[in-house]
Design a protein around this ligand. Structure first.
Ligand SMILES: [Fe+2]
Length: 151
């Protein structure tokens, strides 16, 4: 089973390739673009990951995005509403970006990867926990995620 993980459109875009449960490759886009904290779609990181085992996007079983955009958007709107009128300037900056880009993640992935297969979404903080647990030597662990954003 070939799974490509993608993080993008916030900061430090990255990709990871898992083949039959093993991490084959993982990289941040900034390593290729030379742009610190590059947030753009990680084309070069994906290309690197797939090239490690000569896969094409057509051979992927799933593409997994690191959070759930609609759940995060709902949380964002609830927060803006709860604190209004504070945060109105931030609201004016954030909402157009969400409408233009972040709510269209499946379409962007399909277009950028030329991929028509399964796209899955994991919880933001589960993604953090998984990135710590699965490369660790432990068979079980308690994980606490402390983060500034998420769903
Ligand atoms: Fe986070």
């Amino acid at each position: 089973m070939n799974i490509l993980g993608i993080s993008s459109f916030y900061h430090d875009s990255a990709a990871a390739l898992i083949v039959d449960g093993q991490i084959i490759a993982a990289a941040q886009e900034e390593r290729f673009s030379r742009k610190k904290h590059d947030h753009r779609f990680p084309h070069q990181a994906i290309e690197y990951c797939l090239s490690e085992v000569q896969l094409t996007p057509y051979q992927l079983d799933h593409v997994v995005f690191y959070d759930k955009p609609f759940v995060k958007f709902e949380r964002l709107l609830e927060t803006y509403l709860a604190y209004a009128p504070y945060g109105f300037r931030s609201f004016l900056q954030a909402i157009p970006l969400w409408i233009k880009e972040k709510l269209w993640i499946p379409d962007i992935i399909q277009k950028e990867l030329d991929y028509a297969g399964s796209i899955l979404f994991s919880d933001h903080h589960d993604s953090h926990a998984a990135s710590a647990f699965f490369p660790s030597p432990f068979s079980s662990a308690a994980i606490m995620t402390i983060d500034g954003v998420g769903e």
